[in-house]
Design a protein around this ligand. Structure first.
Ligand SMILES: CC(C)(COP(=O)(O)OP(=O)(O)OC[C@H]1O[C@@H](n2cnc3c(N)ncnc32)[C@H](O)[C@@H]1OP(=O)(O)O)[C@@H](O)C(=O)NCCC(=O)NCCS
Length: 406
C-alpha cells in the first residue's frame, strides 16, 4: 500500500507590500514586476514570527482539524533554509510547541527549495513501511525568502509555511514515489554562505539551471512511468511548478511544451502552450502572485491554490509537480487526487488569510526588515488582532541564548 497526504495547511504572515509601492521606491516601472515577473504583492513577516512560528502555526491546524493526539505523530520533518540555529533543528522547537511525544522521529532537512519535497517523499516512504499501526507523519515547509535591499531578487521576496499530514490511507492524494523523476547536479546558482543574512544569487543562471533540471527530471519520470515523449501533457490534468516568481511557471511550462513537441512549428508550440498553460497551470498561481517566493513550500502553496480555485473539479485528477532547489536538486512527480475532498478544501483558508492581511508602506517594510534577530521586540499591542485561528505562536525574544516562544 502507498501512503500519501490526507490534509494540507498554510500559514501566511499578515503583512504585505504591494509591488507597486516597491517599484515606486526603487524607480522601476511597476509593469516590470506586474507583467515581467507576474507578481502583485509580497508577504512581509513581522519580527515576532520566524521559521519556527510559521511552521508551528501551519501544523497546529492539522492536529486540530483532524483531532490528532500529538502522541500519534511518529515523524515530524521540517524543511527549511531559514533555520534559527546551526545545531538545534527548527523541528525540535516545533515539537515543543505542538507537544509532540518522545516516540517520534524529529529532524530538519535542507536542500534549498527542494528540501520540502525531499521531506515529503521520505515521510511517504517511511509511513508506507509502517502502515500496520497507521502512524501519522507531519511535513512542514517553512521559509523567509529575503534578498538584499535594492537587489534584483528583492521583488521576489515572500514568507510562509505549509504543513502536510502524511498517512497510510491518504484522504487528499496518493503518489507512487517509484515513478518520480530525479535530477541533481553541483551548481552555484543561489547560495547563502554561513553568516550571511541574505543569499547570493546568479539569477539568470539559476533560471537556466532550473530549466535544465526540469528537462532531466521529466525525462527520468517518462522512463519510470512508460510515458513516451510528446505524451506527458495528455497524461496529466494539472501542472504545478516551483515558483520563485509567478512567471517562472510560464517559462517552465513553455520549456516543457517545447521539449514535448520537438520539431513542431513555432506557431503550433505557441498554440499548445497558451491553451495548456491556461487550463493546467493558471489555477495554481494565486499564492505566488500574492505571497511571493516561500522557497521549500512554493510548490505546495501552488497545490493549495489549485485546490481552492478548482475545488471538486480536481477530484480523481492527476497533478504533475515539479520541485526545484538551487544547488541543485529537482524532482518531477505525479499526485492522484482523491474523491470527497470538499471539507479538506473548505478548511485550507488560504484566500481567507490573504484577504485579512494588512498593507504596509515602503517605510514600514524597511523598518520590519532592518531589525536584527537580537532586536526582536515583542509589543503586545501590535499583536492585537494578529492572533487568530491561523496564528497561535509568536517569537518573544531570547533568554540567555535560548529562543523563547509563546
Ligand atoms: C528573476 C530575476 C533573475 C529577474 O532579474 P532581472 O535582471 O530583473 O530580469 P529582467 O531585467 O530580465 O526582467 C525580468 C522580466 O521582466 C521583463 N520586464 C522588464 N522591464 C519591464 C517592463 N517595464 N514592462 C514589462 N516587462 C518588463 C523582462 O523582459 C523580463 O521578462 P522575461 O524574463 O520574460 O524576458 C531576479 O529577480 C532574481 O535574481 N531573482 C531571484 C532568483 C530566482 O528567482 N531564480 C529563479 C530560479 S530558482
Amino acid at each position: 500500500m502507498l501512503a500519501g497526504v490526507s490534509d494540507i495547511a498554510i500559514h501566511i504572515p499578515k503583512y504585505y507590500l504591494p509591488h507597486e509601492e516597491l517599484a515606486k521606491a526603487r524607480g522601476v516601472p511597476k509593469e516590470k514586476f506586474h507583467t515581467g515577473l507576474g507578481n502583485r504583492n509580497m508577504a512581509i513577516i513581522p519580527n515576532w514570527e520566524d521559521a519556527v512560528t510559521m511552521g508551528a502555526n501551519a501544523a497546529v491546524q492539522l492536529l486540530e482539524r483532524n483531532n490528532i493526539n500529538p502522541d500519534e505523530v511518529r515523524q515530524l520533518v521540517v524543511s527549511t533554509e531559514s533555520g534559527v540555529d546551526h545545531s538545534k533543528p527548527v523541528a525540535s522547537f516545533v515539537q515543543g510547541l505542538l507537544n509532540i511525544g518522545t516516540r517520534c522521529r524529529v529532524y530538519e532537512i535542507k536542500h534549498a527549495c527542494y528540501g520540502g519535497t525531499a521531506g515529503l517523499i521520505d515521510s511517504i516512504e517511511w509511513i508506507s513501511r509502517h502502515n500496520n499501526s497507521e502512524p501519522k507523519g507531519i511535513v512542514i515547509m517553512t521559509d523567509i525568502a529575503k534578498y538584499g535591499f535594492g537587489t534584483l531578487g528583492e521583488p521576489t521576496q515572500g514568507a510562509g509555511a505549509l504543513a502536510l499530514l502524511v498517512e497510510a490511507k491518504p484522504r487528499l492524494f496518493s503518489l507512487d514515489t517509484m515513478l518520480n523523476g530525479i535530477y541533481s547536479k553541483d551548481v552555484h546558482d543561489f547560495w547563502r554562505p554561513t553568516g550571511h543574512r541574505v543569499p547570493i544569487v546568479d539569477g539568470k543562471y539559476s533560471i537556466n539551471c532550473y530549466l535544465t533540471a526540469l528537462e532531466g527530471a521529466v525525462s527520468h519520470f517518462r522512463e519510470n512511468s512508460g510515458i513516451k515523449e510528446g505524451e506527458l501533457l495528455d497524461n496529466l490534468d494539472y501542472l504545478i511548478y516551483h515558483m520563485p516568481f509567478t512567471n517562472m511557471a510560464r517559462k517552465a511550462h513553455r520549456h516543457l511544451v517545447e521539449i514535448e513537441n520537438k520539431g513542431a512549428l513555432p506557431e503550433r508550440i505557441e498554440e499548445i502552450f497558451e491553451e495548456s498553460f491556461e487550463r493546467m497551470v493558471v489555477p495554481s498561481l494565486r499564492g505566488v502572485q500574492e505571497v511571493g517566493n516561500i522557497y521549500t513550500g512554493s510548490v505546495y502553496m501552488g497545490l493549495a491554490s489549485l485546490l481552492e480555485s478548482e475545488r471538486e473539479k480536481v477530484e480523481k485528477k492527476k497533478v504533475g509537480l515539479f520541485s526545484y532547489g538551487s544547488g541543485c536538486g529537482a524532482e518531477f512527480f505525479q499526485c492522484e487526487i482523491k474523491s470527497g475532498i470538499s471539507s479538506i478544501v473548505d478548511a485550507i483558508g488560504m484566500n481567507e488569510q490573504l484577504e485579512n492581511r494588512k498593507k504596509l508602506t515602503f517605510e514600514q517594510y524597511v523598518q520590519f526588515y532592518s531589525k536584527s534577530d537580537q532586536e526582536i521586540l515583542y509589543h503586545p499591542e501590535e499583536l492585537t488582532g494578529y492572533k487568530d485561528k491561523f496564528t497561535r505562536f509568536v517569537f518573544t525574544g531570547f533568554q540567555g541564548h535560548k529562543r523563547q516562544y509563546a
